[in-house]
Design a protein around this ligand. Structure first.
Ligand SMILES: N[C@@H](CCC[C@H](N)C(=O)O)C(=O)O
Length: 281
């Protein structure tokens, strides 16, 4: 089985080319591929499949040739992955599956069609505008931190740390507790702290994330978009640009009247062959 390994600000993916949807990709196989000791290792899998050939992509095949079939490291599905979409586009361009168009390149996802713009090392993806829909809280280590529930195609809870608490002090080796009535399908939880102003940005925020289905990751693109939207709201703005620093690097989030751009590096690091029968059962 052919694979490529790539990442966006340290959010890493096993990319599987499967244009005709011929692979028997199961939750167990995804989890085995993502196993960091016995497999290739990754926060998730990106299957590269023609939209017309995938049951969840066919309806979008008129708008986008390729469907990003995203899976979390534990073998669960997610509707959207912002960094994954940027890495997916890097892969399409590197392999010649898509031409570096002057305009945006559409990619079908479970959350609809997103559009990518390539600017050298940086790939920006235009997704839906984050929608803040509830107040909620995350509890970890006996501490309950209030936050905002945000829909970016997938669910997020953005929690600003109280003064005096450092991001580095959080134990994210286990999932924060949340109210399942607000998040029946689980949630990605972002913790934030303010950072020094950055020129050209309305806000600058530090973030750590515990991802649904992938545990703590070095970065989460949709999470950064949720964080950006909350930072703008707290600054009294509907639109604008926010710089979000994650453990794996820097992302730029620009919220417009009707969409959200996520921008940052997207890198392919290796290509090879994996023997599925040698992976953990
Ligand atoms: N890391 C991703 C988000 C991946 C999906 C998430 N774990 C979920 O289950 O919703 C990103 O960059 O957006």
């Amino acid at each position: 089985m052919e694979f490529t390994k790539g990442h966006g600000t340290g959010n890493d993916f096993v990319i599987l080319p499967d244009p005709d949807n011929a692979l028997d990709l199961t939750p167990r196989l995804v989890a085995a591929l993502c196993d960091r000791r016995r497999g290739i290792g990754g926060d998730g899998v990106l299957r590269v499949v023609r939209a017309a050939k995938h049951p969840e992509g066919t309806a979008l095949a008129g708008e986008a040739e390729w469907f990003m079939d995203y899976w979390n490291a534990d073998g669960s599905f997610a509707e959207m992955c912002g960094n994954g979409a940027r890495v997916f586009v890097r892969y399409l361009l590197a392999t010649g599956l898509a031409a570096p168009a002057g305009e945006t390149l559409p990619v079908a996802t479970r959350a609809g069609v997103v559009r990518a713009l390539v600017e050298g090392e940086t790939i920006a993806v235009e997704m839906r505008r984050p929608r803040m829909y509830a107040t909620a809280a995350a509890t970890l280590g006996g501490l309950t931190i209030p936050g905002t529930a945000v829909d970016v195609g997938n669910p997020h809870l953005v929690c600003a740390l109280p003064a005096g608490l450092e991001l580095a002090a959080l134990d994210l080796t286990r999932a924060p507790d949340v109210d399942p009535a607000i998040f029946p399908a689980g949630v990605n939880v972002e913790f934030t702290a303010p950072a020094d102003p950055v020129e050209g940005s309305a806000g600058h925020v530090l973030m750590r994330v515990h991802e649904r289905g992938s545990a703590e990751t070095l970065s989460c693109g949709t999470g950064a978009c949720a964080v950006g939207a909350v930072a703008l709201r707290d600054a009294g703005q509907d639109t604008g640009t926010v710089t979000v620093d994650v453990p794996g690097g820097r992302l730029k989030v620009t919220v417009t009247d009707d969409s959200c751009w996520l921008s940052g590096p997207a890198v392919l690091v290796a290509t090879g062959t994996v023997n599925p029968t040698a992976l953990p059962a």
